[in-house]
Design a protein around this ligand. Structure first.
Ligand code: FE2
Ligand code: FE2
Length: 197
């Protein structure tokens, strides 16, 4: 079981342990969703935009490693893969496939929107985990730099700031937020509120 931070010696209550289990679950599901997005984008890019394949392949490799880290962190926290894994799987694949069909700008608009949403949730989680699960905090910190690099890379390549591109980004952010909310049974709102306060 995760240990309480020795600096604060704050015991972990049942409610917090449940939230921690949900954090691991949603992060594992999110990484799996990202794997599916990049896999579909690599498939389509191989047909139409081969110059995007090396970057997408590097990102896919990162997401596969992240997914394994969260999967390995599950048992000790009494967490299991998400029950709506199919949504992450098929939703991620469809999102990657359709945005890649739109072209390079569709790919980078999708990556920027997803990674920005993920980044915001990771910050909420890190704040919540402080003094509660330092080991999980360290795992999240270890992947955060790579997630930021994905976001920055996508933003650099996203030259189109048209209304359609911004609308696509907003829709993807809202869909990702909703899936995260559903997978954490609303705990993502609790974490965001804790950070704001
Ligand atoms: Fe990731
Ligand atoms: Fe990422």
């Amino acid at each position: 079981m995760p240990q309480a931070d020795t600096n604060t010696e704050k015991p972990i209550c049942m409610r917090d342990a449940l939230t921690i289990a949900r954090i691991v679950r949603v992060n594992h599901a999110g990484e799996f969703g990202a794997i599916r997005i990049y896999s579909a984008q690599i498939l389509v890019s191989g047909w139409f935009w081969p110059d995007c394949v090396p970057t997408l392949s590097d990102m896919l490799e990162d997401e596969q490693r992240h997914c394994t880290l969260f999967r390995d962190a599950m048992p000790v926290r009494r967490s299991r893969p998400c029950r709506i894994m199919q949504f992450w799987s098929y939703g991620g694949w469809m999102l990657g496939f359709l945005t890649a069909l739109l072209g390079r700008q569709g790919i980078w608009a999708c990556t920027a929107a997803v990674e920005a949403t993920v980044h915001r949730h990771l910050d909420d989680q890190l704040h919540f985990l402080k003094g509660r699960d330092p080991e999980l905090s360290d795992i999240i910190l270890s992947i955060r730099d790579e997630e930021i690099a994905h976001l920055q890379h996508a933003e650099e390549l996203l030259v189109s700031r048209s209304l359609a591109s911004r609308l696509l980004g907003t829709v993807i952010s809202m869909a990702t937020d909703s899936l995260i909310w559903l997978s954490t049974w609303g705990d993502s709102t609790r974490m965001a509120r804790a950070l704001k306060s």
